[in-house]
Design a protein around this ligand. Structure first.
Ligand SMILES: Cc1ncc(COP(=O)(O)O)c(C=O)c1O
Length: 388
């Protein structure tokens, strides 16, 4: 049996050691100096001015959409059907309206023509997901959004280190979101990051992360203005926005600081693994024409070229027999427009109109690609796949 889990060894003994050492020496474990240190290290790694550590990628999504609503007002957000639930939930939660744009198969991100065709005077943002390590952006899309003055938010939760033209994904838009969940490129157990070069956006996120409180602002002028505007309220308990408590802890930041120095080397291994996988797949049977430039995947995408229910069943039977863990429809949920929480809120929308998303939903899956995945197992997996 091949025995390939989705992820392996993403938390190492040295990470646990770092945690234990920290616990032995510190008694303040809530959001503090280690969080700030991790945020700074992450900003440097990514190449942005500000990073804000939160307790999950979903929290990063929720805060980001809340700030978009506050800064740009109610309206529509262009969203992908191939993403995680929180990318859509966050739009609903902010009182914004999701507008689905279909994806293209080569990078599974929203197709640029689809996005552009859905832009209107009601568009408040484009919320693009870089799916499973593939860059989802194009220069043309960036230029079009800039010309129309529409903010781009990048969800990079599945794509740490992916790039376009040598520049990291997560640095192109107004803001970006990352996740450090166990099965991702690196892990803080649970965790997420909001990144931006925009001072005002960052200050808003700071308040949203912590109950909406003005005292979280690091901009002293903003703090003073709020205090002067509300003389009836105590400045240290001034709640300016309808915020959440989405702070993380020092422990998660210690994990992040221990993991980050390994990220680039791990990603290089993942890229090698993916190239080996794609080059040994039978292109007559499986889609291999992926947008590989700048891709850094923790997954091998398996997509049937000539889909049928029987072939997909044979594929999943083989993977189960070989004990190869997999997720259908990429992240698991497939075409998000098919999920009940979307159907309830968008009863008039036909999910089947998202044709490429449906191909991935019904005939696509991914298996794990982790740094220590052995070459023989990758070749063995290709052999099993090609024999079907
Ligand atoms: C694209 C995307 N966005 C957001 C999230 C949510 O991240 P988290 O699991 O850290 O809440 C995920 C989850 O894995 C994801 O794949």
């Amino acid at each position: 049996m091949l025995n390939i889990p989705l992820m392996k060894n993403n938390i190492l003994p040295e990470d646990i050691e770092a945690l234990v050492t920290f616990l032995r020496t510190e008694d303040r474990l809530t959001n503090g100096p280690k969080v700030v240190e991790f945020e700074k290290a992450w900003s440097e790694w990514l190449g942005v001015k500000h990073s804000l550590f939160v307790n999950s990628g979903a929290s990063a999504n929720l805060i980001t959409m809340a700030v978009i609503r506050d800064l740009y007002g109610p309206g529509e957000v262009i969203v992908p059907p191939i993403t995680w639930s929180s990318d859509i939930t966050s739009v609903f939660a902010a009182g914004l309206t999701p507008v689905f744009a279909d994806v293209n198969v080569s990078n599974m991100a929203m197709d640029e023509e689809e996005i552009i065709s859905h832009l209107s005077e009601n568009t408040r943002a484009v919320f693009l997901t870089h799916v499973l390590g593939f860059n989802g952006l194009s220069q043309r899309l960036l230029e079009e959004l800039k010309a129309r003055n529409i903010p781009l938010i990048e969800d990079v939760c599945e794509s740490h280190g992916a790039s376009m033209g040598g520049k990291k994904c997560g640095t192109f838009g107004l803001a970006s979101n990352f996740s450090f969940y166990y099965a991702h490129h690196m892990s803080t157990i649970e965790g997420g990051m909001i990144c931006t070069d925009d001072d005002g956006f960052y200050q808003m996120c700071r308040m949203y992360r912590s109950h909406g409180m003005v005292r979280e602002l690091t901009d002293e002028n903003m703090k003073r203005e709020y205090a002067e505007k509300h003389p009836d309220l105590r400045p240290e308990f001034l709640f300016a926005v309808p915020g959440y408590n989405m702070r993380s802890t020092e422990l998660n930041a210690v994990m992040g600081l221990s993991q980050l120095p390994r990220l680039d080397a791990n990603n290089a291994r993942r890229v090698e693994n993916l190239k080996l996988f794609i080059s040994h797949l039978d292109p007559e049977k499986y889609f291999t024409d992926f947008a590989m430039e700048g891709a850094v995947n923790y997954a091998f995408v398996v997509l049937l070229c000539h889909p049928s229910e029987e072939k997909f069943q044979a594929l999943t039977d083989m993977l189960r027999a070989e004990n190869v863990e997999f997720r259908r429809g990429t992240a698991g949920g497939g075409n998000m427009a098919r999920q009940p929480f979307v159907r309830q809120r968008m009863p008039g929308f036909n999910p089947a109109s998202l044709k490429n998303a449906d191909i991935i939903h019904f005939y696509g899956l991914y298996t794990g690609n982790y740094p220590t995945l052995e070459k023989e197992k990758i070749l063995g997996l290709c052999e099993c796949l090609n024999s079907l």
